[in-house]
Design a protein around this ligand. Sequence first.
Ligand code: SF4
Length: 454
Amino acid sequence: MSVIQIPAYTHAILSPSKAAQWLNCMGSIGITKELPRTSSKYAAEGTVYHDVTRRALIEGKDCDAYVGDKYEVEGFKFTVDDDNAEAAQRYVDEIRAIPGKRFIEVELEYSHLLGLPKFIEVNGEQVPGGAGTGDFVGIDYENRVVHSVDLKFGRGDIVYASYVKPDTDTREPNEQLALYGAAAAARFDLVGITDDWLVKMAISQPRANHYDSHNMTVGELKAWVASKRAAANRAYVLYTWGPERIDLNDLKAGDKQCRWCPLSGNCKAQTNKIMDRFPKGHAAQAMPALLTLDDTQLAEVLDSADEIERYLSAARANGLQRALSGHTLPNWKVVTGRRGNRELPDEPETARVELSVEAMTQIGVEDAEETGQIPIQDAIHFAIGESAYKPRTLKTVKQLEGALSKKAPLLWAALQPHITQSDGKPSLERIEDSRPPIANLTPEFPTPNAAGLL
Ligand code: SF4
């Protein structure tokens, strides 16, 4: 089977996936413009499954039709597997349930909406100013709705369609989604989309079991885009100036923008913001003698926790990279890490081991008269029999569902009464999480008294 090669994509200078970065820290794309672009296996895997969903939606198939297909993206090799095909299928099913006319992988340009040039010359090459590929755009004439859905294939960090604005209870759209939504409404404007149409902007993150959406009218989106024009143009100007002319005032740290910034963990503005949270000197002495935190103080700590963890992990990665390239970091050194697990060859049924006559006799090969080569798996089987194997176990219900519900729907239905699922444990989540809060919580544990003591 041939390998499907997906070439590297030329990202716009003010790219949609980095919109939270350049809209909130306008100097960030300028100060990082000369850093080498690094490729990531996770991003490459996302590209593969975007392609699988694209093929499924265009060819009218389900994603399991592509299991076993081989891909190569930016030097990383992948084979489409059952579990990921099943996750990709969830996105495909969500898209198929959206009414109206559907468009897959749509070029969405927003440079004209923000007053940016369509192309910017970089090293003699014309690179788009502000544009990207929307995974899905739907036009539902009947209900006067534009749908814009972005597929995220990661399972780690959840990406939300909107964020609660600090110190308010209003929501701000996810910048990437809002740019896609505005660009989609503008692109299909000719078909009669007016300001009162609704734009439903959604994130589908099937491997994290996450789907949420944020709705704005076309008029509201236009106003949002207009409010971002100055920031976008400043980011563009700072990009053209480059790192030499950018100073600390052009950098504004924050969790959203620093999260994926290549300077994260190596940035003065970000470090200042993190360190300013910890009182020093006289300020620290002037603090009241805190023994325990009240609810508001604890919530503030939790608000900062993710950002600080990400900052520390980026700082560790940066420290290792610097030390590996010969820098001396006081009190730190590079050592060899723990060795990985011991592994047999990938295909022990064909890879061979050479055994002496005595060794063959020891594992029970009868009539061995001379040294010979024997497949490793057979040799181990001779030696210890069935105990050489892991016990055969069924896959999880989630892993079995796709295949069973399609190939044996009657069995799948009959199995339902036998499938149990434990209740979800209470979990503390950010307010953006789409699940409703648990009602009627009763105090099971002692709560702080007025003095803040347990
Ligand atoms: S790490 Fe944060 S503050 Fe520093 S340049 Fe990047 S986005 Fe701006």
